[in-house]
Design a protein around this ligand. Structure first.
Ligand code: AMP
Length: 258
């Protein structure tokens, strides 16, 4: 499989802030364009894998959670009613309503047509979102290549979430045990004080997990029936999971070209 230049990564300004913004660095089309969805319970490591895959494949990393985290940093006057409601849901570990999430994605349809392709992380999250997203893709004449489903036992996921720390400034992700920063509590990249994501607190984690099993897990069968699903074990180190993913994508390409 060909390695794309990491310089293909954009600043995701259009995705994070809406269509009035333009990405400062438009990503170039990589040799093989991937349009994919990443599924898996919260804490399975999807976001980390999405970043690594984005650098490797050249596809743009589109996370709906990142849109809400970016909105959290805005002045209250800049946050409209729907977004205020969305942020309240996020703080309580609830899902944001389908209407709001779908409106945000539709508003950013230009990102789905990005010449670099896309890696959707955290969307779709409900059957209704998946069905509506299929309609958006059909309308835009965009074909989804693959849905990666990261799989890991529940107990291991809870342990991962409890130790996760993020940099509020540059969004680098660390883990107190498996990926500690060089200096305790400080970001290796920019030196900012690391934080625990509000929605990684234990009581919020439990709520997110229950919600995932009830609402998002049915998407696994939805995409399996459409012949798009690849299940990847999320056990082991970040690098091991990444290599496993690349292997699975290469096997998928070979099978489709055969
Ligand atoms: P994430 O970073 O994907 O775990 O998302 C963080 C939070 O943002 C979630 O717990 C939800 O409150 C909200 N969120 C992100 N994506 C979605 C979505 N597709 N549907 C509903 N809520 C979402």
């Amino acid at each position: 499989m060909t390695v794309s230049a990491p310089s293909a990564i954009s600043d995701r300004a259009t995705w994070l802030h809406g269509p009035a913004w333009r990405c400062s660095k438009a990503p170039a089309a990589p040799p093989r364009v991937w349009r994919m969805i990443l599924l898996g319970p919260p804490g399975v490591g999807k976001g980390t894998q999405a970043e690594k895959l984005s650098a490797y494949l050249g596809a743009c990393h589109l996370s709906t959670g990142d849109i809400f985290r970016a909105a959290k940093t805005l002045h209250p006057d800049q946050v409209d009613g729907a977004m205020r409601e969305a942020l309240a849901a996020m703080r309580q570990g609830r899902l944001v309503s389908d209407e709001v999430v779908l409106a945000l994605v539709v508003e950013r349809a230009v990102c789905l047509r990005c010449p670099a392709g896309f890696l959707l992380d955290g969307f779709p999250r409900t059957l209704r979102q998946a069905q509506a997203f299929d309609a958006v893709l059909a309308q835009q004449r965009i074909k989804l290549d693959v849905v990666l489903d990261y799989d890991l036992p529940l107990a291991e996921i809870i342990a991962r979430l409890a130790g996760r720390r993020i940099c509020p400034h540059c969004h680098a992700v660390f883990h107190e045990i498996s990926q500690p920063p060089r200096y305790a509590g400080k970001c290796d990249v920019c030196g900012a004080t690391l934080q625990q994501r509000e929605d990684d607190r234990p009581e919020v984690c439990q709520a997110r997990m229950r919600e995932y099993i009830r609402i998002t897990e049915p998407l696994i069968n939805y995409y399996r029936r459409r012949g798009r699903l690849i299940t990847v074990s999320a056990a082991g180190s970040i690098q091991e999971i990444f290599q496993r993913t690349i292997g699975a994508l290469a096997a998928c390409t070979a099978a489709r070209e055969a």
